[in-house]
Design a protein around this ligand. Sequence first.
Ligand code: ZN
Length: 129
Amino acid sequence: MLKKLYSFFWLKCPRCLQGNLFINPSLININTITDMPACCPKCEQDFEIEIGFYQGAAFISYGLSCLFMFGILGVSLIVLRTVPKWVVGLAILLELLFATYILRVARAMWLNVVVRYDAEIAKKVKKNT
Ligand SMILES: [Zn+2]
């Protein structure tokens, strides 16, 4: 489970946990935000499972965005006993700031559904680097 979480949040290949899932590590350049290599640069795991594979990640991205937004509003309800306008504004601002990261985490989660961690491959990749 920790390996999956590492793959999700550090955006690493789910098979070897060492190759980057995205070509450009920057979260600011929106033009390249979804660009992924065809396969893992370390273990050669195919990242393009089938045409349109990552459309499923859109549902995960939507769910994560809702969780993020309602999480902030929920904390406000618990701590302040209300949701003032500035908290809503802050939640929207944070949602916009983290939108690209959430999109990438959703893709990593979706890829983790079909690709499992392989300890032997990971050991072999580690030896070669
Ligand atoms: Zn890999």
